[in-house]
Ligand binder design. Structure first.
Ligand SMILES: *Cc1c(COP(=O)(O)O)cnc(C)c1O
Length: 383
């Protein structure tokens, strides 16, 4: 195993765990985070040399836990583009819909699959609202592993179809993603499937972390003032925050970090509710509903990590209505030529709200994450 990794620690109580073994949650039942020998690497790594490599997120080798990069599953990963809004030049969309399987879930699942294979696991399972299952299926197939996905029955049809087509078994459940998770856990136990649910294994987060590394490199190592992230399980937000901390320790970036805005739909906003109430953990959101399926997550295992990052950054958690999501979805396509996913459109609606509320200047350099291609969603009636 690689000697760049120092070990893992529990995100809640800091207890150490050794690298090179199969890990799930910590003994405290919380996510495990990967630690690297950053001090030792500081003098050796040239950030610009690394950024100039091809291969999309796989280029950040020294900050990833994989040991054999010749064997990782590859599907044509690229750096995703930053697209400035014509109407608001300070605002850029990072379009993650250009990644394999059409969403940023590719980043996390590629890493989870690569690490699972290195650790000798063969059967990978997860609950999914759609995009994660599709990414797991594609990368597992590429790596020669088996995949099993439990989806809420109202997951967008295209996601269920593409997941099956990529070779995974799909089980549709009458319930939410956390209900799927519970059912799957029982079967996983019985049949020996390894659960790659959001934050239930340590490596998807490392994949999502590459969004922060990539963003910094694309912005000439000067981070924006604000980042708007559509928050379900929150892996991307937590991962970027981790990336910023690691880059600081490496001396790659300096100065203030971006304000992190966790964006949720008003019909499922557990993180916003906890943020407003000043709480560190978020209670389950009952009767969740939103067209933005990717952020319909009633209960997040990493709630406190999301809330800690948002507060530490001086950002905020913002809930946007279905009407506001639809309005931004239409407007960005009609006036900018950008077909977002509804979750991505939600970040635009939240940006607008933050500006209206005086939380951010209109001209502030802001990044909106569009996490999937809009082509995966039913568009009928939108025009
Ligand atoms: C999964 C997903 C999200 C939420 O991402 P997290 O990092 O789990 O919070 C947002 N949008 C889309 C399109 C997704 O597929």
């Amino acid at each position: 195993m690689t000697n760049r990794v120092r070990g893992l620690h529990c995100s809640l109580d800091g207890t150490s765990y050794p690298f090179g073994e199969v890990h799930r949650l910590s003994e405290a039942g919380r996510p495990l985070l990967v630690d690297y020998h950053l001090e030792g690497m500081r003098a050796q790594l040239d950030r610009d040399e690394i950024a100039a490599r091809p291969g999309g997120f796989w280029k950040w080798r020294e900050l990833l836990p994989v040991s054999d990069f010749d064997r990782v599953p590859r599907l044509g990963e690229i750096d995703t583009p930053l697209i400035e809004l014509a109407a608001n030049p300070g605002v850029v969309v990072k379009d993650e819909g250009r990644l394999p399987t059409g969403s940023f879930k590719a980043r996390g699942l590629a890493l989870a699959v690569a690490m699972a294979r290195e650790l000798g696991l063969e059967k990978l399972a997860m609950p999914s609202n759609g995009n994660a299952g599709a990414a797991l299926a594609a990368y597992a197939t590429r790596a020669g592993l088996e995949a099993l996905v439990y989806c809420p029955a109202d997951t967008p049809r295209i996601n269920i179809d593409e997941t099956q087509l990529a070779g995974a078994e799909v089980v549709e459940v009458d319930g939410y993603i956390d209900d799927c998770g519970k059912l799957l856990a029982e079967r996983a136990q019985r049949e020996g499937w390894f659960d790659v649910s959001t934050l239930k294994e340590p490596y998807r987060l490392e994949g999502k972390k590459t969004m922060g590394l990539e963003l910094a490199s694309q912005m000439d190592w000067r981070l924006p003032e604000a980042i708007f992230y559509p928050t379900g399980g929150g892996t991307g937000l937590i991962g970027m925050w981790k990336a910023f901390a690691e880059m600081r320790q490496l001396g790659w970036i300096e100065g203030p970090l971006p304000k992190m805005f966790a964006v949720q739909a008003a019909g499922c906003a557990p993180i916003v509710r906890a943020f407003d109430a000043g709480e560190r953990f978020a209670e389950r959101w009952e009767n969740a509903h939103t067209i933005a399926a990717g952020i319909r997550v009633p209960k997040a295992l990493g709630d406190f990590l999301i809330l800690d990052a948002v507060r530490e950054s001086g950002g905020s958690a913002i809930a946007v209505s279905e009407d506001a999501i639809n309005a931004s979805w239409r407007e960005l396509c009609r006036t900018e030529g950008l077909l977002m996913c509804p979750e991505g459109a939600a970040t635009h609606a939240a940006w607008r709200q933050a500006v209206a509320d005086g939380q951010l200047d209109e001209g502030a350099h802001s990044v909106l994450f569009n996490c999937a291609t809009g082509l995966k969603y039913p568009l009928q009636g939108l025009a």
